[in-house]
Design a protein around this ligand. Structure first.
Ligand SMILES: NC(=O)c1ccc[n+]([C@@H]2O[C@H](COP(=O)([O-])OP(=O)(O)OC[C@H]3O[C@@H](n4cnc5c(N)ncnc54)[C@H](O)[C@@H]3O)[C@@H](O)[C@H]2O)c1
Ligand SMILES: O=c1ccn([C@@H]2O[C@H](COP(=O)(O)OP(=O)(O)O[C@H]3O[C@H](CO)[C@@H](O)[C@H](O)[C@H]3O)[C@@H](O)[C@H]2O)c(=O)[nH]1
Length: 455
C-alpha cells in the first residue's frame, strides 16, 4: 500500500521504516528540516537497535523516502498515519496542538479518499476532533479517520513492531477496517477491530496497568526491606503464575520515559474531565516518585556523616537501556537531589551523554565508566545497561576510593558483592555490609534500616 507517515520521531520513524520493510511504499514527513536531511542520508536520528540498517536497506530499494512537504507526500497515499508528539499540558492533560496542526494541514491538501490514522497516544474523543479538523478544511472530499495506537517500547522498537503481539484498529467504516487490515497483513498479528473510542482507551489502559505493576512491585520491595525478604525472588515466584505474568515486576527507581509518566497523568486528567476520578493511578504516580527519593536516602545512609563533598559516580542516565532517550529519566530527578546535598557527581552513559548534557549541562561527565568511578566515594547505578552488568568488580574496586555501590536497578548479586568486599545496597533485597572492615552490619528490622560506620 502507499503510506504517508507524519512525524518521524521514535514512533513515526520506526513505523515508517517497518512498514516499508514489509513491502509498503512509504514516505515519512517531518517539519524538522535537519531531521529530514539526516534521514535522507540514511542516518538514524535516534539510537534504536537495528534501525539504521533497515533505514539504509529500504531507502536503497526505493521503498522509503523522506520529505518536509506534507502536501506532495499525501497526494498518492492511501493511508496517512499521524505520529506527532502529544506532550503534557501543565495540568497533565495531553496537548493536542501538533495533532490539530497536522490534521488541518492534511485537510487543506486532501484531494481524494484516504484513511487518516492517529497512531499518537491521544485521549478518548480525539478521533472525532481529528475528523472535525480535517473536514473543516476539505469540505466534501471523502475520508475516514481511524485510531491505531502504538505499543512499541524504545530500545526494542524494531523488534516490537515486526513481531507485534496485536494491533488495535479503531474504525467507523468497513472500508477503513479493510485498509488497516491490509496495512497490517504482512505482520501476521492478532487484529482487534473496534470503534475509535475503545482503541484510544486501550492505549491508556495498557500503559496505566504496566505502570501500576511497576509501582506495585516497588511497594512490595519497600516492605521486603523492612522485613528482610528478597523482592527479586518474590517477583520470580509471582511471575510464574500466568494470571500475573513475569514481565514488569522489576523493582527499582521507578519508571521514566516519554510515555508512562505523561500517559498516567493524561489518564487521570481524562477521568477528571469525564466526571470519574481514578483512584489507583494517582497512587501509582506517588509511589513512583518516592522510589527516586528512597534511592537518594540509601546513598546518604551509606555515609555516616553527610554527602557534602563526596564524589558520587552515576552510571546510567537514559530512562532505560538501549536508548538515548532522556525524557523523564530518573537521573533527571536523582542527580539534582545529590547535588543539592553537596555531593560531587560524575556521570556516564553509553549512549545518552549528548542528550543528557542538553538537559543537565551543569553535571560533570566522564567518557567511560572507568573514568567516572575513579576515586569515587560511591558508585550509583541508575540504568541497567549490559555494559554495567558486565563490570569486572575487582577492577571497579581497584579504582574507587570507597567500595560502596548503590544499585537502583538490582543489577548485581548481593552475596557476590559482599564476597568482593563492597558495601552494597539495592532495592528490596538484603543490604550487604563489608565484613571485617570498619562497617558494622546492617539492621533492616524494627525501627527501620540503619547503618553506622565504626571508628
Ligand atoms: N516514544 C515511544 O516509545 C512511544 C510509543 C508509543 C506511543 N508513543 C506516542 O506516539 C506519539 C509520538 O511520540 P514520539 O516519541 O515518536 O514523539 P517525538 O517527539 O519523538 O516525535 C514527534 C515528531 O513529530 C514531528 N512533528 C511535530 N509537528 C509536526 C508537523 N506539524 N508536521 C510534521 N512533523 C511534525 C516532530 O518534529 C518530531 O520529529 C506520542 O503521542 C507518544 O505518546 C510513543
Ligand atoms: O519491570 C520493570 C519494567 C520497566 N521499568 C521501567 O519502566 C520504564 C518504561 O519501560 P518500558 O515500558 O520498557 O519502555 P517504554 O519505551 O517507555 O515503553 C512503554 O511506553 C510506550 C509508550 O506508550 C508503550 O508503547 C510501551 O508498550 C510501554 O512498555 C523504564 O524507565 C523502565 O526502567 C521498571 O522500572 N521495571
Amino acid at each position: 500500500m502507499k503510506v504517508c507517515v507524519v512525524g518521524t520521531g521514535y514512533v513515526g520513524l520506526v513505523s515508517g521504516v517497518c512498514f516499508s520493510d514489509i513491502g509498503h511504499q512509504v514516505v515519512c514527513v517531518d517539519n524538522d528540516q535537519l531531521k529530514i536531511d539526516k534521514l535522507r542520508r540514511a542516518e538514524a536520528t535516534i539510537y534504536e537497535p537495528g534501525l539504521e540498517e533497515l533505514l539504509q536497506k529500504n531507502i536503497k530499494q526505493n521503498q522509503l523516502s523522506f520529505s518536509k512537504e506534507l502536501s506532495a507526500s499525501i497526494k498518492d497515499a492511501e493511508i496517512v498515519v499521524i505520529a506527532v508528539g502529544t506532550p503534557a499540558n501543565e495540568d497533565g492533560s495531553a496537548n493536542l496542538k501538533y495533532i490539530e496542526a497536522v490534521a488541518k494541514e492534511i485537510g487543506q491538501h486532501l484531494t481524494s479518499y484516504k484513511v487518516i490514522v492517529t497512531k499518537s497516544t491521544v485521549p478518548v474523543g480525539t478521533g472525532q476532533k481529528v475528523k472535525g479538523w480535517i473536514k473543516e478544511q476539505c469540505g466534501e472530499i471523502p475520508f475516514d479517520v481511524a485510531s491505531n495506537p502504538e505499543f512499541l517500547r524504545e530500545g526494542s522498537a524494531i523488534h516490537d513492531t515486526m513481531h507485534m503481539e496485536r494491533a488495535v484498529l479503531g474504525v467507523e467504516t468497513e472500508k477503513a477496517a479493510q485498509y488497516l487490515k491490509n496495512l497490517h497483513a504482512p505482520f501476521n498479528t492478532h487484529l482487534i477491530v473496534t470503534d475509535i473510542e475503545t482503541a484510544e482507551m486501550s492505549k491508556y489502559a495498557a500503559n496505566a496497568f504496566l505502570a501500576t505493576k511497576i509501582s506495585f512491585i516497588n511497594e512490595v520491595a519497600n516492605l521486603c526491606e523492612k522485613l528482610d525478604a528478597d523482592v527479586t525472588k518474590v517477583a520470580e515466584t509471582m511471575g510464574f503464575d500466568p494470571r500475573i505474568g513475569a514481565a514488569f515486576l522489576g523493582a527499582g527507581i521507578g519508571y521514566g520515559g516519554s510515555c508512562f509518566p505523561k500517559d498516567t497523568q493524561a489518564f487521570i486528567q481524562m477521568g477528571i474531565e469525564a466526571g470519574y476520578n481514578l483512584k489507583i493511578v494517582p497512587e501509582v504516580e506517588k509511589v513512583n516518585f518516592e522510589q527516586r527519593k528512597r534511592l537518594v536516602d540509601k546513598i546518604e545512609l551509606a555515609f555516616s556523616d553527610s554527602l557534602k563533598g563526596k564524589h558520587i559516580a552515576v552510571l546510567g542516565l537514559a530512562f532505560k537501556p538501549n536508548t538515548d532517550d532522556m525524557r523523564a529519566a530518573p537521573a533527571i530527578d536523582i542527580i539534582p537531589m545529590l547535588l543539592e546535598k553537596g555531593a560531587k557527581v560524575k556521570a556516564y552513559d553509553p549512549v545518552a551523554m549528548d542528550r543528557a548534557m542538553k538537559i543537565m549541562p551543569y553535571v560533570d561527565t566522564a567518557e567511560s565508566w572507568q573514568e567516572a568511578v575513579k576515586e569515587a566515594n560511591a558508585v550509583v547505578i541508575l540504568t541497567d545497561w549490559k555494559e554495567f552488568k558486565e563490570i569486572d568488580l575487582d577492577v571497579l574496586k581497584s579504582k574507587v576510593t570507597d567500595p560502596i555501590l548503590i544499585d537502583g536497578r538490582n543489577v548485581f548479586d548481593p552475596v557476590e558483592m559482599r564476597e568482593k568486599g563492597f558495601y552494597y545496597d539495592s532495592v528490596g533485597r538484603k543490604k550487604m555490609s563489608i565484613e571485617g572492615d570498619n562497617y558494622e552490619s546492617i539492621d533492616h528490622r524494627g525501627s527501620g534500616i540503619y547503618r553506622q560506620k565504626l571508628s
